[in-house]
Design a protein around this ligand. Structure first.
Ligand code: OXD
Ligand code: MN
Length: 585
């Protein structure tokens, strides 16, 4: 196989000349090809077969122990102008970066096969989708890309018709962390990644293309590429609203996207359009329409059980790739809080399991599974038009301060709410777990350009339409004085979503506070929950002194972006500051 697209043919040739593979394979995306990759990896020991009876067609991959998460410190945006990457990104001069990478890529595929994977992010027939081609020397990447994106012949046909595509070159290199780089050249729509096989660093359609490069593309083309789940909420009356939620990595997007409503919401139907990435376009009808560019889930395994996420748990029963899970004596995958009464015998490194040494599954162990495995998969995920979004919900993981839920006063205020999100870091990236950091719109690791310009881009939508989604903020992670979570989370989050929908449809009033509209305490249904009214009052209160400190911290954060910070955000912050001031007085 080859291609009629000259630019693609030439780039593949040039890449092969540099990396010197033994042979080149163009991926057609077929099931046979997937099976061939699996067989090869079983042979080489890259994959291990799991219990065929309990987990048909499931495999375990154990990564190099140094290669288990995204590496933000080794991830660069190499725009021509450093200011365009902004203080939110590591930057390297593109000439210097190219020189460094050319040396590392030189001959790196000797003795290996080079795979060329044409892919399409989004439904093949959607004008909102975008094309890419990943070149890789990893069969693990080919197999995972097959699950995560629409790859192969249909994507290549689309590329040949449209001409444009994002280029991504990936090599696992020798997995030496000293020679690991994930580099983005947005002006060239180019990604070069070496030294890691981990999903976020190696499946280039995902974070590198669909977020970092796409966010840049989206700005120039007038749309938004966001780190958001997309879910459908259908009421018993048959009215469906779609909401998009931006939470940082490993903060429960997959769980929320597949939520099973508690008993008193019988008759409600939740469906998943996407669990991680959302591309938003403003249409002639004045609404923001969303597609999920992916076709699979690359989810965090630990904590997934029948109660926390039954739908994900079901997804994992067949046709899944597990990366860095533990294993039971009868060769079933195992992880912390699986709660199935089984015991692991082997840990994620392949050593005999010893709780004194560490967990059985790595805290950032992952599953890769087709979205079609999800019992509540929304067929709208394949609709070329996407879905209209009624509400966008920002959030983070914060022990204190941020209430359970609040609504922004308008679009401009909502952009400030998104821009000032902060969250405790998780195991999804190497370093810093537990530390609170600003994570605007959950895009800190993923925005491919200067955050100040990104905020300004968000603000441009405000004047364009009066039918934009309402903007909200949630925090499922508040803790009490004993460190215990105050809100049960998981399926019970439906109670908060119900309030959000009531606000969208104008069915319920709210209290105006300096930080936004908060629910009246009785408007969040807590029937059947072990949560007291006092706890709800605490979850739905605004601590004026703490918020005054927060406003100061947000102001300092916005100043980090210098003159590029939109004045509108500063004005919005000043309004909050003076409202807090009058409360304090
Ligand atoms: C992910 C992440 O894998 O955000 O989705 O790290
Ligand atoms: Mn993510």
């Amino acid at each position: 196989m080859s291609t009629t697209n000259d630019a693609l043919a030439k780039w593949v040739e040039e890449t092969a000349a540099l990396t010197k593979p033994d042979n080149i394979v163009w991926c057609d995306g077929s099931d046979e090809e997937y099976n061939r990759m699996v067989d090869m990896m079983l042979e080489s020991g890259t994959l291990l077969k799991l219990n065929e009876e309990t987990h048909p067609n499931c495999y375990l991959h154990r990564s190099d122990p140094s290669d288990v998460a995204r590496v933000e410190h080794l991830t660069f945006v190499c725009s021509k102008n450093e200011e365009d990457a902004g203080p939110n990104n590591h930057w390297m001069d593109p000439v210097e970066a190219t020189k460094k990478l050319d040396e590392l890529f030189d001959g790196c595929m000797q003795g290996r096969t080079m795979y060329v994977i044409p892919y399409c992010m989004g439904p093949i027939d959607s004008p909102l989708s975008r094309n890419g081609v990943e070149i890789t020397d990893s069969p693990y990447v080919v197999a995972n890309m097959k699950i995560m994106a629409r790859i192969g012949t249909p994507a290549l046909k689309r590329i040949e018709k449209e001409g444009t595509f994002v280029k991504g070159v990936h090599s696992t290199g020798d997995l030496d962390p000293e020679k690991r780089f994930i580099m983005h050249f947005p002006e060239e729509l180019l990604i070069r990644s070496i030294g890691s096989g981990y999903g976020g660093n190696a499946l280039l359609g995902k974070k590198c293309h669909a977020l970092r490069i796409a966010s840049w593309q989206a700005r120039t083309e007038g749309w938004l590429a966001e780190h958001m789940l997309i879910m459908g909420l259908e009421s018993p009356e048959g009215e469906t609203h779609y909401v998009a939620c931006a939470f940082p990595s490993a903060c429960g997007k997959t769980n929320l996207a597949m939520l099973i409503p508690p008993e008193q919401y019988n008759g409600w139907k939740v469906t998943t359009v996407g669990d991680d990435i959302c591309w938003l376009h403003l249409r002639e009808d004045g609404r923001l329409w969303a597609i999920n560019p992916e076709s699979g889930y690359f989810g965090v395994i630990p904590g997934t059980n029948e109660w926390s996420n039954k739908n994900a748990y079901e997804c994992l029963k067949s046709d899944a790739i597990f990366t860095n899970a533990g294993v039971t004596a009868d060769n079933q995958p195992w992880w912390e809080d699986k709660d199935d009464g089984m015991e692991p015998v082997t840990d994620w490194k392949g050593n005999p399991y010893d709780p004194e040494v560490g967990p059985a599954a790595h805290p950032n162990s992952r599953f890769t599974v087709s979205a079609k495995n999800n019992p509540v998969y929304s067929p709208m995920a394949d609709d070329p038009n996407g879905v209209p979004i009624s509400a966008i919900i920002f959030g983070g993981r914060r022990k204190e301060l941020a209430p359970l839920v609040y609504e922004a006063k308008d679009w401009e205020h909502g952009v400030l709410v998104g821009a000032s999100c902060a969250s405790e870091m998780t195991a999804a990236a190497i370093g810093g777990a537990g530390q609170v950091r600003r994570d605007p719109m959950a895009m800190k690791p993923f925005c491919g350009y200067n955050f100040a310009d990104y905020f300004a881009h968000w603000l441009t939508f405000g004047p364009k339409s009066d039918k934009l989604p309402k903007l909200f903020h949630v925090n499922w992670f508040r803790r009490d004085q004993d460190g215990k979570f105050m809100w049960p989370g998981f399926g019970e989050n439906m109670r908060v979503l119900a309030w959000v929908l009531d606000r969208v449809t104008g069915k319920v009033d709210a209290r105006e506070t300096p930080i936004g509209y908060l629910p009246n305490v009785d408007d969040i249904d807590i029937e059947g929950l072990d949560v007291s009214k006092e706890t709800m009052e605490a979850l739905l209160s605004v601590n004026v002194a703490q918020w005054q400190d927060e406003v100061q911290a947000i102001s300092e954060y916005l100043d980090e972006f210098g003159a590029r910070t939109p004045q509108t955000l500063k004005d919005e912050l000043a309004k909050i500051s003076s409202a807090l001031q009058s409360k304090a007085a």
